[in-house]
Design a protein around this ligand. Structure first.
Ligand code: HEC
Ligand code: HEC
Length: 290
């Protein structure tokens, strides 16, 4: 009722409600306190010469019941919203109830959450219940991309259960990844190097370490070292992956690697700082940083 469009309708409802209640009150009074027929025989209708209508008032307990109902209505309308846009003395509303229960929820759980947020990772990892909570959060927030068991998906979303960490494997780095998100930037080399060179460096990259003197080696050393390193182990500060292990985000066959180098890649891990609270992020870090 509190959001009726205009004051007119609100006023109309107030008038209608008050008039109805007043009428009801008047009817009740008139039934019980009407002039008694036995005291005013002349007012009593008589049918067929001797058929008297009589005028026994209904039982008195009806009167008290109706009066109690009336009083209840009046008190109710004073306390709760009901009269147009009048909010009632208690200021009660469904919305405020939700706010209230949310505040209660916060109050009863914030202690436990602060405890989790400040706990040691190893304590969390040793607590089966907390780890199950972490898995539930992961399933809800992360599995759409990283797969239900976090083992990656579609050669687009990295496997989080392997030992290869593009952005760093420490708890601090993993937390930074989850909070702030990550944007990887690997250029498209086709226009810079041309097809032939891309093919050669791709072939070299798939044979990293066992192809000294490979024609792709010089191209690699000229163009790729800044990010992936001379020895190809990558650089977590840039999110440049290790090219010497056998773990590939975008596929390790020659065709996929060629495609990656030619067209570039720009994986985006979204930021969760505004979606998850400190305790939830801590739980995820504990789950992933093992
Ligand atoms: C500016 C830094 C930078 C340079 C220079 C660079 N890369 Fe990358 N490279 C990256 C980043 C960052 C990624 C990760 C992209 C992603 O996650 O979306 C990447 C990814 C890759 C991948 C995919 C690895 C996988 O696991 O699927 C290959 C292959 C690769 N780079 C090869 C090269 C080659 C060859 C060169 C030189 C021609 C090169 N890169 C130059 C930053 C760089
Ligand atoms: C919209 C898809 C998406 C969602 C949802 C998502 N991620 Fe990611 N995540 C990515 C992508 C893509 C990358 C790879 C970024 C890159 O190429 O560098 C990534 C990378 C990561 C990395 C870095 C991996 C490494 O090797 O360093 C971590 C850690 C991670 N995600 C954790 C999570 C967690 C935890 C959640 C849930 C809270 C989550 N992600 C939700 C897409 C997603």
């Amino acid at each position: 009722m509190a959001d009726l469009p205009t004051g007119f309708w609100s006023g109309w409802i107030i008038v209608l409600t008050c008039v109805s209640l007043a009428t009801l009150f008047w009817i009740i009074l008139s039934v019980y306190f009407a002039p008694n027929a036995s005291e005013h025989p002349e007012a009593e209708p008589v049918w067929d010469n001797d058929l008297r209508e009589g005028s026994n008032a209904p039982p008195l307990w009806w009167f008290w019941m109706l009066l109690a109902a009336l009083v209840f209505s009046l008190v109710y309308l004073m306390l709760y919203p009901g009269l147009g846009s009048y909010k009632g003395l208690l200021n009660w509303s469904q919305g405020s109830r939700i706010v209230e229960s949310y505040a209660n929820f916060e109050e009863s759980f914030q202690g436990a959450r602060a405890e989790v947020a400040n706990a040691d990772l190893s304590d969390i990892q040793n607590d089966l219940g907390l780890m199950q909570t972490a898995e539930r959060i992961f399933k809800r927030e992360c599995s759409a991309c990283h797969g239900p068991d976090g083992r990656g998906q579609a050669s687009l979303f990295p496997n989080l259960m392997d030992i290869d960490w593009q952005w760093g494997s420490s708890a601090e780095q993993i937390e930074l990844t989850i909070r702030g998100g990550r944007v990887a930037n690997m250029l498209a080399w086709q226009s810079i190097l041309g097809d032939e060179n891309v093919n050669q460096v791709a072939d070299y990259v798939t044979k990293f370490g066992e192809a000294d003197g490979h024609p792709g080696q010089a191209i690699y050393q000229q163009n790729c070292v800044a990010c992936h390193g001379l020895d190809g182990v990558g650089n977590p500060l840039l999110g440049a992956p290790n090219l010497t292990d056998n773990i590939w985000l975008y596929g390790g066959d020659l065709e996929s690697v060629t495609q990656t180098i030619a067209a570039g890649r720009s994986g985006v891990m979204p930021s969760f700082a505004n979606r998850l609270d400190d305790a939830q992020i801590k739980l995820l870090v504990a789950m992933l940083a093992r």
